[in-house]
Write a protein that binds this ligand. Structure first.
Ligand code: COA
Ligand code: MG
Length: 316
């Protein structure tokens, strides 16, 4: 290992993240009653310009009126982009009036580290002024060519930063990728055309202790397509994916939860490595395959995740 090391900034379960438009308050109680690990109340692209101010009021009421934490749900608000005139009031009104109930703020279309700095500075002032007892986290969407080009620098943009999300639709628009549906595959490309971008973001996250989350899959009637996309994201190191419709929540929870067989095997790896070490050996074999200290690190990730799921939520 390098002498430099960045431990996970903050561990939160984020297998499924339900997007809920702030302008549809009739959905809030349904979101709270559901099984998503995370819910983000949206003030950005799911809300039409004429509805922005009213959506802000709805979101404040939802934070104050619903006890998300008691339901085991982490609650976030997606503010409008820093290039809009809605953004300052999103932060000021929501955090002043409901910051004590808010876990994180999700900033869309982040392009440079200073975008995070701006929100961090505002949060620091409002938390102090209002005596908010906890530190509100920041999450960012990497969904522009500029954001992706600066992803390593953004990953180091400050101590509040917890997670980065890959926003596939805006990313496609920004790089002018030809795409058919949000998060789906283009048959003209031999493989997964999002692989490079997603993987690049995951590496930046993991280098700096952040959670890596995959964004939306738009065709909510195509559960097989969602499943395949989520499994690809999990294979690359993401620990969760957005759900833009309730049908996608259970599938995301399932895919990002290690199976009992995986957990059992991980526990056996840890035991076998411990036994090998006590005999003065680093490498060993388990079921005819070589295992070593790297296997133990992978196994430990699985056991820690399984423990977090068991401890935080009763549900799968
Ligand atoms: N959160 C909570 N509940 C939701 C929901 C959501 N995001 N989306 C749908 N539901 C509920 C509906 O209210 C309905 O409940 P009911 O059975 O009690 O009537 C049920 O789930 C089935 O919904 P359905 O009728 O199939 O969908 P819809 O036509 O109401 O809405 C969308 C479809 C896509 C408009 C809606 O799912 C949505 O707005 N999703 C989020 C979009 C978003 O946030 N985009 C920005 C990020 S990419
Ligand atoms: Mg977007």
């Amino acid at each position: 290992m390098s002498h430099t090391r960045h431990d996970p900034v903050r561990v939160r379960l984020q297998r499924s993240e339900l997007a809920v438009p702030g302008s549809r308050p009739e959905l809030f109680a349904k979101a709270a009653a559901g099984k998503a690990d995370y819910v983000f109340l949206d003030l950005e692209d799911a809300v039409a310009p004429a509805d922005k101010a009213r959506a802000r009021e709805h979101v404040i009421a939802a934070l104050r009126g619903i006890d998300w934490r008691a339901r085991g749900i982490t609650v976030s608000v997606r503010i409008n982009g820093i290039d809009t005139h809605y953004m300052y009031r999103d932060v000021v009104d929501v955090v002043e009036q409901a910051g004590h109930r808010l876990d994180t703020i999700l900033i869309p279309k982040v392009g440079v580290p200073a975008d995070v700095y701006l929100v961090d500075a505002l949060l620091t002032q409002i938390e102090a002024a209002r005596g908010i007892p906890h530190r509100i986290g920041i999450e960012v969407l990497i969904e522009t060519a500029l954001g992706m080009a600066n992803v390593e620098a953004i990953a180091q943009a400050g101590p509040r930063l917890e997670a980065m999300h890959f926003g596939v639709a805006d990313y496609a628009a920004s790089v002018r990728a030809r795409t058919t549906s949000i998060g789906g595959l283009n048959p003209d490309y031999p493989g997964d055309q999002w692989h490079f971008a997603l993987s690049r973001m995951v590496v930046a996250c993991r280098a700096h202790g952040l959670r890596a989350i995959d964004g939306p899959f738009g065709d909510f009637n195509d559960l097989d397509g969602f499943t395949a996309a989520a499994r690809r994201a999990a294979a690359l190191g993401c620990e969760g994916k957005w759900a833009i419709h309730p049908t996608q929540i259970a599938r995301a929870n399932e895919i990002f939860t290690p199976t009992p067989e995986e957990v059992l095997r991980a526990q056996r790896i840890l035991e076998a490595i411990a036994a090998a070490e006590s005999n003065g050996r680093g490498a060993a074999q388990l079921d005819g395959r070589m295992i070593d200290a790297a296997s133990a690190r992978m196994a430990k990730n699985i056991v820690l995740l399984a423990d977090a799921i068991g401890a935080t939520h009763g549900h799968s």
